[in-house]
Design a protein around this ligand. Sequence first.
Ligand SMILES: [Zn+2]
Length: 200
Amino acid sequence: MSEIPEENELLDVPFGVAREIFEEVQTLKSAQRFSLSELDPEFADKLEVVLTECQKQGYNMVPYDGIRHPVTQGGYWRRSRSSAVVQKKISDLQAAGAGYLASAIDDAGPKNGKWATNAIPGYSWHQWGEAVDCYWEKNGTAEWNDLEGYRVYAAIAEENGLISLGSIGDWVHVQKRSGSIGSIYSLSEINAEMEKRFAT
Ligand SMILES: [Zn+2]
């Protein structure tokens, strides 16, 4: 089988684009927004410890993106990519038997904007309930320039056994497992898992 997702990069969304995504998330229906109870339970427990410790140290980290629907992920992936590239990916995925992932990209519809991610649907830990993005609330507002709070959050996350992507420029993001999804699961396993979790 051809290795469709060479897209298995660790990076979720770079910090420079995180603010745009944050603003997009604010427009979602509340049911699609962050809910601790939908996350992987072990991850949620560790995250709570991390957020409490940040708070104790004077940094209020606010989760805004947890479970991210494959179609939403498809939309992020489509940003910055030409329709030819998008159509090729959709047909490659279909040909490889990953019809659900192909549909998630297709259903997202055309998207513009800066490059946001290399992860196609299913290949972000956000689709597995094992990742969360938090902003630093400084003086009552989301801070997108000063990294101080994000550095503390990253350090505390690592101390508590979570993986921070701060060192590769994704300061909002922490996840449960290290490594890429594509190195752990096959394309067909990912397609099946996403279909099970999200297809209605
Ligand atoms: Zn993230």
